[in-house]
Design a protein around this ligand. Structure first.
Ligand SMILES: Cc1ncc(COP(=O)(O)O)c(C=O)c1O
Length: 410
């Protein structure tokens, strides 16, 4: 096992106890914990650099603007975007997708056009497209998911046609951990002239992402799932697409000139960043990405895949436990149900042991319907998790079975 777990000491919250037990945090798919470097970057900004950006001639305002711009540069390098103008700051993945649906979608889609979404999307990559479909008459079609939790690529190929305008797909499923073959999905979509948005919310903390190699048109992620703060996220968009898109929110900072007759707009990306942005959040995101880069995403990925393997072996020995999603390519997530125990009961019993997991539909209700389940229990890993954390999860599940009057696990 790599030395990544040594970094647990960087995360102050991991030292606290919950219900008198050591905190075992396995809900990283929902949000990751923050290292001291990120907490300190945000605090330092307010202590030493706070001023509004882009508006002041005074030193602090320029300094604050420099820090904000530096963060955008960091994100550019992180995603290997060709140009810094292709990085738009948003509140998170959800807002990034809503931006694309509202701006690109409203200007490019008409009645009868087809939007393809995968059957394993988070609600945030479903509902914005439904709203758009209701407004435009466009039609949503769903790429089916196999029993193993993979996208049915043969069905996908058969669904693409000259009416397909848009394909929305998650890079990694938040409910199953499946890593989707997004490069191939994009290649085929481009073959019929469709635009592709990749929801990278569950990918960026677990693997290197190169938007140019993928060839995607849009890529979205949230800072808080990448050891950064809440309230900051990123939309990557190819410059020629962003340049041709209208603003989606109006206000300060996104304009060039304003009169009561007519306004002209700033260039991309400012055009999409109306109002005072989350300056502190962007600076803390810069620190979070620097932190991850310092460790190396390859090391993090290797560590987490070792944990998924270890957890899969250990959980498979628990009688009545069934994995949901057994895709050949998976990242950082194990999803399962236990016969006779509702996932919420599992979550509550584990919580009493200090083990935090997620239980429920994971904002992927259509996927749960696909499997005929109300929800699953999900353990999701981060760079600071260890085999001892997995052992605590397994011990908690065995206890849950005992409490429910089931025989001792093997
Ligand atoms: C795959 C996926 N997409 C989108 C989101 C939404 O992210 P946010 O709530 O940060 O906007 C999540 C959050 O769980 C997710 O897992």
């Amino acid at each position: 096992m790599t030395a990544v777990p040594d970094r647990a000491a960087d995360f102050p919250i991991l030292a606290r106890e919950i219900h008198g037990r050591r905190l075992v945090y396995l809900d990283n798919g929902a949000t990751t914990q923050k290292p001291q470097a990120v907490i300190e970057a945000e605090a330092r900004y307010y202590r030493e650099s706070n001023a509004n950006i882009h508006r002041g001639v005074h030193w602090l305002s320029q300094h604050s603007t420099d820090l904000y711009d530096r963060s955008r540069q960091r994100v550019r390098g992180f995603l290997n975007a060709a140009r810094v103008e292709e990085i738009v700051f948003t509140r998170g993945t959800t807002e990034a997708i809503n931006l694309v649906a509202a701006s690109w979608g409203r200007t490019h889609l008409k009645a009868g056009d087809e939007i393809l979404l995968s059957g394993m999307e988070h609600h945030s990559n479903i509902v914005p497209w439904q709203l758009l479909a209701q407004q435009t008459g466009a039609v949503i079609r769903v790429i089916p998911v196999t029993d193993d939790g993979e996208l049915d690529m043969r069905a996908y190929a058969g669904m693409l046609n000259e009416r397909t305008r848009f394909v929305g797909v998650c890079h990694v499923s938040n409910a199953l951990g499946t890593i989707n073959p997004v490069a191939e999905i994009i290649r085929q979509a481009h073959g019929v002239g469709a635009v592709v948005l990749v929801d990278g919310a569950q990918a960026v903390a677990h693997q290197t992402v190169d938007v140019q190699t993928l060839g995607c048109d849009f890529y979205a992620f949230s800072g808080h799932k990448l050891y950064g703060p809440t309230g900051i996220g990123v939309l990557y968009g190819r410059k020629e697409l962003l340049d041709a898109m209208p603003p989606w929110q109006g206000g300060g900072d996104m304009i060039h000139t304003v009169s009561f007759e007519r306004s002209t707009y700033a260039e991309t990306p400012q055009k999409f960043e109306a109002g005072t942005p989350n300056i502190a959040g962007s600076i803390a995101l810069d620190a979070a990405i620097a932190y991850v880069q310092d460790i190396g995403l390859d090391r993090i990925a290797a560590h987490e895949s070792g944990l998924v393997e270890y957890a899969s072996d250990a959980l498979a020995r628990i009688p009545g436990l069934r994995f949901i999603g057994r895709a050949s390519e998976r990242a950082g997530i194990v999803s399962f149900v236990v016969d006779g125990i509702h996932p919420h009961d599992l979550g509550t019993i584990l919580d009493m042991e200090g083990v935090a997991i997620r239980a429920g539909h994971h904002c992927a209700m259509p996927l749960m319907t696909r499997y005929g389940l109300p929800g699953t229990a999900r353990a999701s890993f981060a760079l600071y998790n260890t085999r001892e954390d997995v052992d605590a999860l397994v011990a908690g599940l065995c206890k849950a079975r005992r409490l429910f009057g089931m025989e001792q696990s093997a």
